[in-house]
Design a protein around this ligand. Structure first.
Ligand code: ZN
Length: 191
């Protein structure tokens, strides 16, 4: 921490001042006149004052460090709380992942069953359109148009689609088009 670094610098400075003072006091014995004596005692006094000031500074730094320690200690429970919350969220997430994996397995099984019931030619049409349309191979009639590309579907064609006798594709985007009833049966509840 920069506080303790400052503390070391100041302690070094104090030691220097004390060394200087020792030398100055030794010089006092060798003075030849009052003027020299005054000069040396003045510098000794100044060094004393500087030592006192630096010692106060060190005290201030120690107080600051203590305050910081207390602050860190105060934050510890909060950190523990947050870590606990994070653990909890992680557990929730892994449960969600697990459930999703189960759901996905279920849906894949269901899909397998449905594929088995389809005509091979229908299924290959579906897979072709689906990969060309990035996973959205089937559209429905919505407001007299293809829900995939919004192209209007002629009324006669809409009637044919509603009979659900065979597959129709959109003449514009190529998606397989189903009637609203079929879409609803498949779980598409929008309208
Ligand atoms: Zn379309």
């Amino acid at each position: 921490m920069s506080g303790s670094k400052n503390g070391k610098v100041i302690q070094k400075k104090i030691k220097e001042l004390l060394d200087n003072q020792k030398r100055a006091k030794a010089q006092l014995y060798k003075v030849r006149n009052n003027k020299e004596y005054d000069t040396i005692t003045k510098s000794i006094d100044a060094a004393d004052a500087e030592c006192t000031r630096l010692e106060k500074e060190i005290e201030g730094i120690i107080t600051d460090l203590r305050t910081l320690d207390e602050e860190v200690e105060g934050l510890n429970p909060l950190i523990a709380d947050l870590v606990g919350e994070l653990d909890h969220k992680k557990q929730e997430l892994s449960m969600i992942k697990e459930n999703n994996a189960l759901e996905e397995q279920k849906l894949l099984k269901q899909r397998e069953g449905l594929v088995a019931q389809m005509k091979k030619s229908d299924y290959s049409l579906y897979t072709r359109v689906r990969s060309a349309k990035k996973g959205l191979g089937v559209a429905r009639i919505r407001r007299n148009a293809c829900s995939g590309c919004q192209t209007i579907i002629p009324p006669q064609r809409q009637l044919e689609i509603r009979r659900n006798n065979r597959m129709f594709t959109c003449e514009y985007c190529g998606r397989i088009i189903v009637s609203a009833e079929v879409a609803k049966d498949a779980g598409d509840l929008e309208d």
